[in-house]
Design a protein around this ligand. Structure first.
Ligand code: NZQ
Ligand code: ZN
Length: 387
């Protein structure tokens, strides 16, 4: 087992109606709030109105319109400017992972005098941040319990996972009822995203019985509860369990002591959504089974066998290679069964920029040190197989 140094400072407040506690929570951080949100879903579900009602005594400045795959320009830059102009004490992010990720970049950017991209691109280490509280309305990224924020810069096709301990939200409100309205497309993408977060930690060296069991249980729960959420979007129990699974996805709790895997599918997907602005979870679902096929070898076979038996209940008496291949087929079939388009062409990506993307990934994502190292040629092969 590898050494680790671990702390998650985020307070999770979970359950139906917990948002009633918002005023007392926000009061700990000050009076002036930057309220960040996306394209309007929080208005449709009545949450925007509820938040304003609860926070009547506070001074609220708004940053609306944060898009999926949140953009540095204008959203991060506008948020930083508003924080500085209004001397904001605390940011309240209400929405999906994109709103929260954008708020994380704003929080450190607002405490820095230079160009906030210096921080996101790791040129300069942030020294301070504005506290963040969030009400997450989409179960997927786990941003509510992790130190990452993924920011896109359109003109350079960059999509960077900006990770810093300062980015942990101070408090995350998780009320599963706010996810009842998430569309089938986004629910399926959320299932795929959280499943892939788990796989990125499961397919690694130095794993333990404890971590493997935790990951296998996550994967089974996401498949069972994810399906229930799709069949009945207002199934509270299923939405609640899916939400908690997603929350665990990126905060390292699934892989403490494991070797780092390099998160290869994320490295590849971030380029797809940077170049083509596709939905992150769909990109991952397309890449994952092709990546699995690519890395299956004598060395990785035992991992795939364990995965096949414990996650998909494949007959353990079968030949090991057969179990592994069936496990990969089952992975593909599950994503397809929840309605995810399983080819890049179906999400608008043809072969015209595959070379450019493979090069970009090879140069920027460090996948030469992944669980199974991937060079530019290997990345291109995975992309071609995904077309
Ligand atoms: O913009 P609005 O109107 O709010 O609509 C959103 C958006 O169109 C909608 N939505 C959110 N909550 C809803 C809802 N619609 C109906 N009812 C609700 N309750 O859903 C759409 C997608 O929202 P978005 O926030 O983009 O989705 P998600 O939470 O999946 O976030 C995706 C982003 O997170 C990054 C991805 O790369 C992508 O940019 N990631 C962040 C991670 C992290 N911070 O740890 C890890 C992930 O691996 C991922 O990379
Ligand atoms: Zn992800």
């Amino acid at each position: 087992m590898q050494n680790f140094d671990y702390q998650t400072p985020t307070r999770l407040i979970f359950g139906k109606g917990v948002v009633e506690q918002l005023p007392e929570v926000m009061a700990q951080f000050g009076k002036r709030i930057l309220l960040t949100y996306g394209g309007g879903s929080i208005k449709k579900i009545g949450l925007y109105q509820k938040v304003l009602e609860l926070l009547k005594g506070f001074e609220i400045v708004e940053l609306p319109g944060i898009q999926p795959n949140p953009k540095y320009d204008p959203s991060v830059l506008d948020g930083v400017r508003l924080c500085k102009e209004h001397k904001i004490d605390v940011i309240l992010a209400v929405g999906g992972g994109s709103v929260l990720d954008c708020s994380k970049a704003i929080a450190t950017g607002a405490c820095y005098d230079g160009d906030p991209w210096d921080l996101i691109s790791y040129k300069v280490k942030a020294q301070a941040s504005i506290p963040i509280v969030d009400i997450i309305t989409l179960a997927a990224t786990g941003s509510e319990f992790d130190p990452g924020g993924v920011i896109s810069r359109t003109e350079t096709n960059d999509k960077i996972g900006y990770v810093d301990k300062l980015n942990y939200p101070r408090v995350s409100f998780l009320d599963p009822t706010y996810t009842f309205t998430v569309s089938k497309k986004q629910t399926a993408a959320g299932i795929a995203d959280a499943m892939n977060h788990t796989m990125e930690q499961y397919f690694a060296e130095d794993t333990t019985l404890l971590n493997d069991g935790f990951c296998e249980s996550m994967l089974r729960s996401l498949m069972v509860n994810g399906r229930k959420c799709l069949e009945n979007p207002e199934d509270y129990t299923a939405r609640a369990e899916m939400m908690l699974c997603c929350t665990y996805g990126c905060n390292r709790i699934l892989s403490l002591g494991n070797s780092q895997s390099g998160w290869p599918c994320h490295g590849i997907e971030h380029a797809l959504s940077a170049y083509y602005d596709i939905t992150h979870g769909e990109g991952l679902a397309i890449i994952t089974p092709r990546w699995m096929k690519h890395i299956l070898s004598e060395r990785t076979l035992p991992r795939f066998v364990k995965y096949g038996i414990n996650v998909f209940s494949i007959d353990a008496s079968l030949d090991k290679w057969e179990i592994a291949r069936k496990a990969i087929d089952e992975t593909y079939a599950f994503f397809e069964s929840i309605g995810i388009p399983m080819h890049l062409r179906e999400v608008g990506i043809d072969d015209s920029r595959l070379d450019e993307m493979a090069h970009h990934i090879a140069v920027n994502e460090g996948l030469e040190s992944a669980y199974v190292p991937l060079d530019e040629k290997a990345i291109k092969e995975i992309l071609v197989a995904s077309l």
